[in-house]
Design a protein around this ligand. Structure first.
Ligand code: FEO
Length: 169
């Protein structure tokens, strides 16, 4: 059985993952309108992944005798001044998600809820990957600068990311 505090903290994470899905969805739609098919495809897939992260938490809370709190959909408030600002926000957001997962792990250990601690290890690993991907993308965007040709190639690289599950960006 989950403690009230842990249930509250897990439900907060449900909302964070739902918000993440919305952020990626917004970026996907924006990139699609701009004509960046690869970036859009990548972002749509990421948005789906974040929804899965949310669902996994919902199922876990209910499975442990708790009550999952389904959050309202939030409208992302993003700065679209440039690709750089956009992807910087994505990177910062993933760092924030990692911190939130760390806080959750801390609570689970403090409460000696080893089942939740075990459950959260999947998220710990996932965040290492997500942060690394966001960092790689941001580094690449920084390198490209205002080079339209570079952006075209980058867009193609991201298309391959979805096809192969990895990328050379
Ligand atoms: Fe599920 Fe990217 O955090």
């Amino acid at each position: 059985m989950l403690s009230a505090d842990l249930q509250k903290a897990l439900n907060k994470q449900v909302k964070i993952e739902g918000d993440s899905s919305q952020i990626y969805l917004e970026m996907a739609s924006w990139a699609e309108i701009q004509g960046f098919e690869g970036i859009a495809t990548f972002m749509y897939a990421q948005s789906d992944e974040e929804r899965q992260h949310m669902l996994k938490l919902v199922r876990y809370v209910n499975q442990r005798g708790g009550v999952a709190d389904i959050p309202a959909i939030s409208k992302p408030d993003l700065d679209h001044t440039s690709f750089k600002t956009l992807f910087k926000q994505l990177f910062d957001h993933e760092v924030y998600v990692s911190q939130s997962i760390n806080d959750l792990v801390h609570i689970s250990l403090t409460e000696r809820d080893y089942a939740t601690h075990n459950f959260l290890q999947w998220y710990v690993s996932e965040q290492i990957e997500e942060e690394a991907t966001a960092r790689t993308i941001l580094d690449k965007i920084n390198l490209i600068g205002d080079d339209k040709g570079g952006l075209y190639l980058f867009d193609n690289d991201l298309k391959n990311f979805n096809q192969q599950g990895k990328t050379n960006v």
